[in-house]
Structure formats: structure tokens, C-alpha cells
Design a protein around this ligand. Structure first.
Ligand code: AMP
Length: 383
């Protein structure tokens, strides 16, 4: 069997877990190279070779393509134009064309709307006057969003009243923006979906996401919704995978509205934080699934074997610098994964743990209680 060299743009925690999954598939992948600007990035700490350069560095991307048989990414910010130009030389998935659409929230939402996939009302904003005019129909609150290079909510401004319009507009000065209707949701959910290069599609059961300060804190799988909502979310996710070309795992974030409608908030064309539970809850982790998808292997089972709660370990506020190793007693369904990031910063994703109902005897509330107890027991001590 011919083994391949896998190139990944981005070597953070997602690249690290992809590299770990790749190492468990030696019959298909023999080498892993990541492109990442941070020396000793997480993926390099688990055996991936590293090219140290910016994600958008053209020469570095070309170098990566020369050394790799297949290329994928763990971040959306790679240069899609450069990737597009390399598409004939090396297999790149998800496709650079899909990446280009998704990188721009406006193009992404437009694409979804054109394909009859439900999203909140939105429009392009061309100037301050344009915003002043359009917001009248949207009413307050409304969201002004930067179209590109925004994540963890950092590109959003919630405009609560007329007096904030100018401040919001100036905050994104020099950047293209869009306006979006504020969705008074009752829950945020996501579907981890995969499509392999032959067009086979598979989705994991709907997961529920709880954010704090715009950053994912907890994922509960399965989501606490009735089956009508989870079927609708699954239908929307499968349709999304059908219309976006290119292979791989996608994280599809959605809102469940107070009147039980499901709308897509945002799509990540990559493995996703809300899919980390699959490391223990499912036979096929999202990382293995992504590799299966881009290698053209049949997709693995997405059945949720155990109810699982995932909790992110974020750098505490008021703490910067090296910290003593975080340890947890890993028994009774508790699994810790740290990301080999030596320095903590407030809100930086440093690890996560999963609380898994391995005996299938607990209820979600008990799992959540256990999760919060563990979370509160984690202490960062200066090293
Ligand atoms: P984003 O980076 O655009 O995915 O947004 C980050 C977070 O902002 C989401 O997880 C939501 O909690 C919130 N958000 C984004 N768009 C909307 C919206 N249209 N209505 C209400 N909340 C939103």
C-alpha cells in the first residue's frame, strides 16, 4: 500500500489531534508536516515536522505542497488564492474554492441563502450611511460583523441603540462588514459533518454548546432538544455538505430559536472544538474521520456510544506565563487532553477534558455537575 505525507496548515491543538490520528493510521500516512508560525507548536510536540512560517506565507505554502501528497488545514486563515494556484499539483481538501467562500462571512451566508439553507437575515454594509439606513429595518439589537479574519466573537459588535452605530462602524474601520439580525436563540448547537472525496456524507448527532465571553466552554453530546429539532439540524447539515464541494470534516454551528427554528450561524471547514467529545464518545473521532474523508476511505461510524460532556480548559484571567502541569485523575470516564502550550494567557485554549458516561447509567445533569466540579478543581500555578 502507498503511504502518504500529510501536510497541515496550522499546528495548534486541532493540528496536534489530527497528527495523533494520522499516527494511528500508519498504513495510510507515513509523515506529517505542519506549517505554523509558533516554534514548537502543539502538533510538532507529538511528532509532526514543522515549517515555521506565517499561515499566509506563499513560499512556505509552496514548500509545504512540495513536501506533501495531500494538504489540509486546521485554521481558515490560509491564503486561499495561493492554495487555489496549487490545486493541480497537490490534493487540497476541503477545496480552496470552498475555503474562499467560507473565509468571508458575507459570501458564506449568501451561498447558504442561495441554496435555501436557513440563516438569519443579513446584508452587506458599504459605508456608515449605509449602516445607518439599513439598521432601521433590522431594529435593535443588531450585529455588525467583520466579514473576514474574525473568530471567537472578536469580529462582532452588538449594536444596542442608535448611539452605538458610529462606534461599531469605526471599530471595524478599514475592514469589510455586514449587518445581521440578532437571533434571540434558546440554544447554540452544532453538527460535526463529514464528506469524503467520493461524496459519501456522514453526520455526528447534534451537540449543544455553551459559550462564555464568546468562547466555547462546554459541549454536551447529545444536545438536550427534541428529536424534531435534531432531525432538522441533521437535514440542514447534510444539505450543507452536499452544496459545498471538497472533502473533510466541517463544524456547522447553528442557533435553535425560541420558536424551534434551526438557523446556521457559521461553518468551519475543519475539525471543530465542539467535536472533541468524539475522541471518547464515538468509535471514530472527528480527527480520524477528517483523515478518512480526505484520503477517500469509507467514513467511520458516527454513532454516539456514550453521553459526553466536553469542557475547555482556558487560561485564567490574570495569569500569564508558564504553569505547572495540569493533572486530573483519569478514571470513571474522565479524560484529559492538554495541548502542550507552555505559556498560559487569559482565555487561551490550553486543553480540554471529557466526562463520559461509559456505563450509560448517568443523566446529563449528573455529568454536568461532575464537569463543573472538575473544572473548579483545576488550578494554574506559576512554574
Ligand atoms: P461568530 O463568531 O459570528 O460565530 O459569533 C460568536 C458568537 O456570537 C456566537 O456563538 C453567538 O453566541 C453570537 N452570535 C453571532 N451571531 C449572532 C446573531 N445573529 N444573533 C445572536 N447572537 C449571535
Amino acid at each position: 500500500m502507498v503511504t502518504k505525507t500529510l501536510g497541515i496548515i496550522g499546528g495548534g491543538q486541532l493540528g496536534m489531534m489530527l497528527a495523533e490520528a494520522a499516527k494511528s493510521m500508519p498504513e495510510h500516512i507515513s509523515n506529517i508536516i505542519v506549517l505554523d508560525p509558533t516554534k514548537n507548536c502543539p502538533a510538532s510536540r507529538v511528532g509532526a515536522k514543522q515549517i515555521i512560517a506565517d499561515f499566509k506565507d506563499k513560499n512556505a505554502i509552496v514548500e509545504l505542497s512540495l513536501q506533501s501528497d495531500i494538504i489540509t488545514y486546521e485554521i481558515e486563515s490560509g491564503d486561499s488564492k495561493v492554495l487555489e494556484s496549487l490545486h493541480d499539483e497537490v490534493s487540497i481538501n476541503p477545496s480552496p474554492t470552498t475555503l474562499k467562500i467560507i473565509q468571508d462571512k458575507y459570501l458564506q451566508k449568501q451561498f447558504l441563502r442561495q441554496n435555501n439553507i436557513p440563516v438569519a437575515e443579513f446584508d452587506i454594509i458599504e459605508s456608515l450611511e449605509d449602516l445607518e439606513k439599513k439598521i432601521i429595518d433590522y431594529q435593535y439589537p443588531a450585529l455588525l460583523k467583520a466579514r473576514r479574519d474574525a473568530y471567537d466573537g472578536r469580529g462582532n459588535f452588538k449594536i444596542e441603540n442608535q448611539s452605538q452605530i458610529e462606534t461599531a462602524y469605526r471599530q471595524f474601520s478599514g475592514r469589510q462588514t455586514m449587518i445581521e439580525k440578532f437571533v434571540d436563540f434558546k440554544m447554540e448547537v452544532s453538527v460535526i459533518a463529514a464528506r469524503n472525496i467520493h461524496g459519501e456524507i456522514a453526520t455526528y448527532p447534534l451537540a449543544e454548546n455553551i459559550h462564555k465571553n464568546n468562547i466555547l466552554e462546554i459541549t454536551i453530546a447529545p444536545a438536550r432538544v427534541d428529536s424534531k429539532i435534531s432531525s432538522e439540524a441533521d437535514r440542514i447539515a447534510k444539505k450543507t455538505m452536499d452544496v459545498f464541494h471538497g472533502a473533510g470534516v466541517f463544524g456547522i454551528e447553528m442557533f435553535v430559536t425560541k420558536d424551534d427554528k434551526v438557523l446556521i450561524n457559521e461553518i468551519a471547514p475543519r475539525v471543530h472544538n465542539s467535536g472533541h467529545h468524539t475522541l471518547q464518545s464515538s468509535d471514530t473521532s472527528q480527527f480520524e474521520q477528517h483523515l478518512r474523508a480526505i484520503l477517500g476511505l469509507p467514513l467511520g461510524s458516527t454513532k454516539l456510544k456514550h453521553t459526553t460532556v466536553m469542557c475547555n480548559i482556558l487560561g485564567p484571567k490574570d495569569f500569564v506565563g508558564r504553569y505547572k502541569p495540569i493533572t486530573l485523575e483519569q478514571k470513571d470516564g474522565v479524560y484529559l487532553k492538554m495541548y502542550h502550550k507552555d505559556e498560559a494567557k487569559p482565555q487561551r485554549k490550553l486543553g480540554h477534558f471529557n466526562v463520559v458516561d461509559e456505563q450509560n447509567t448517568s443523566d446529563v445533569d449528573t455529568l454536568l455537575e461532575k464537569t463543573l466540579e472538575i473544572k473548579n478543581s483545576i488550578k494554574f500555578i506559576q512554574d
